[in-house]
Ligand binder design. Structure first.
Ligand code: ADP
Length: 444
């Protein structure tokens, strides 16, 4: 800053000296004034140039100045470069933040101090049905129209989350969202949304399951306690007493089967997937299944115990000499369930055919019966717990409603599946399908 002042003084002094030397004091004063004005004018002109350059589009271009003005311009350029660098760093950081928020499995919506939507990630867009071009700066309550949310938004405290209906792709499939507002900045709010549909579904299933189990246990328990009361209060003839005790034994064994199946299910759910270490002889396992099936068929015949005979045609095709790799108790229980169902649901005189087959990818145990068959609307639900098509037949024959749920679970744990083919009036075929990797290689 000293240079322009110094040059102004120098030029003024020179002009004054020259004026004095040429014509005396008056001319000296006039020359000094003229020189000072010229210098000042030059400074103003350079300042205006600087101002124009500063307002111009390209501050990084080379500048054709000298001296102090060049220094000022270069300093400004250095500051601008520094600022640009900082802006780029901040910009990049902001992009990383936004990418991180985009990657969040939860919906994030930023609201301004008026409750208007400023920004949201893709998950929030899907949860709440928002569109960035259409909905930016719209009030959130106008877009999230659930009354529960409107009430929640109006509260001053938002310590807990609330559950609202989310936007779903289909009418049949409802989406449950957990939403919570968090205050930040000056009056701004963060709206977090979480899809809890599967948690809500699991919760509902758990409640249904408990209700079903209670119902299943209450029925035989009521019958049992009724008989106990009768036996305690009324003296009965011996044969009547014996009949009551037999009926009580049936109910007790029903409860036992139910508890056993429940335990099996919970073990299946709580244990690791089956390894490949246990070797199971298919022939040995099928010998046991066949003899159990014959005993069950004879028991269901209704004949007196001393003359019981198998009342179905049980055709067990010769079991192949295969060795399966898995958990014997689980596979035995799955196969027994399919065979015992065939026996229990096929009327006397019907035929049950059991066979093992395999191809390059699968090993299949199929159990075919000439029973009543199952209508197509029931097929997808058959392996749900406690789902029964024929409730009374299931009860009469000691069914728990859990057999196919167990079988499906076992199949899936062994990497396979349960397949069902059935037509009303034409019988059913239940197939336990296992991957061929479950077959010991040299035996296959
Ligand atoms: P349950 O103990 O009642 O037999 P399951 O889970 O084993 O329970 O079977 C579910 C339902 O599927 C049964 O209640 C029955 O209605 C139907 N079902 C199963 N196997 C057969 C079959 N072979 N033929 C006809 N219906 C069957």
């Amino acid at each position: 800053m000293l240079m322009p002042v110094f040059s102004l003084l120098l030029w003024t002094a020179l002009a004054a000296g020259l004026g004095w030397w040429l014509s005396g004091a008056f001319v000296a004063a006039a020359s000094a004034l003229a020189a000072a004005s010229l210098c000042f004018g030059a400074m103003v002109w350079k300042l205006q140039r600087l101002e124009r350059w500063l307002a111009g589009p390209d501050l990084n271009s080379d500048v054709a100045w000298r001296g102090l003005w060049l220094e000022i311009a270069q300093r400004i350029q250095r500051l601008i470069k520094q600022r640009d660098k900082q802006v780029a760093v901040h910009e990049q950081r902001l992009q990383h933040f936004l990418q991180a928020i985009q990657a969040s499995p939860n919906g994030v919506t930023l609201l301004d101090d008026q409750g208007r939507i400023e920004w949201f990630n893709d998950t929030a867009a899907a949860h709440l049905g928002l569109d960035i071009r259409r909905d930016r700066l719209q009030h959130v309550v106008h877009l999230v129209r659930d009354p529960v949310f409107a009430k929640y938004f109006a509260q001053t405290q938002h310590d807990a989350e609330v559950v609202i209906e989310g936007r779903s792709q289909s009418v049949a499939h409802s989406v449950k969202l957990s939403v919570q507002l968090h205050a930040y900045g000056e009056g701004r709010q963060l709206l977090l949304t979480r899809d809890i549909t599967s948690i809500a579904l699991a919760d509902a299933m758990r409640r249904d399951f408990v209700a079903n189990v209670s119902h299943e246990i209450r029925t035989p328990l009521t019958v049992l306690s009724g008989f106990v009361e009768t036996l305690q209060s009324i003296p009965l003839p011996e044969d009547e007493r014996q009949r009551y005790l037999d009926l009580m034994a049936v109910q007790a064994s029903r409860m036992q089967s139910l508890v056993a199946d429940l335990l099996t299910l919970s073990q299946l759910e709580g244990s690791l997937p089956p390894g490949m270490n246990e070797k199971i002889s298919v022939q040995e396992m099928m010998t046991q299944v066949a003899s159990d099936a014959q005993a069950l068929s004879a028991m269901l015949s209704g004949q007196d115990s001393d003359q019981r005979r198998c009342v179905h045609e049980l055709l067990f095709e010769p079991a192949p000499a295969w060795v399966l790799l898995g958990v014997r108790s689980e596979l035995l229980s799955a196969i027994s369930n399919l065979v015992s169902n065939a026996v229990r649901y096929t009327p006397a005189g019907g035929t049950i055919r059991v066979a093992w087959t395999r191809d390059a990818e699968q090993v299949i145990l199929s159990v075919n019966d000439t029973g009543p068959g199952i209508a197509p609307e029931h097929l997808p639900r058959l392996s749900e717990r406690f789902y029964r098509v024929d409730r009374s037949r299931s009860r009469e024959t000691g069914g728990t409603g859990l057999g196919l749920a167990i079988t499906k679970h076992v199949a899936q744990r062994h990497g396979g599946e349960l397949r069902i083919e059935s037509h009303v009036g034409q019988g059913s075929t239940f197939m336990l399908v296992l991957p061929v990797s479950r077959l010991e290689p040299q035996a296959g």
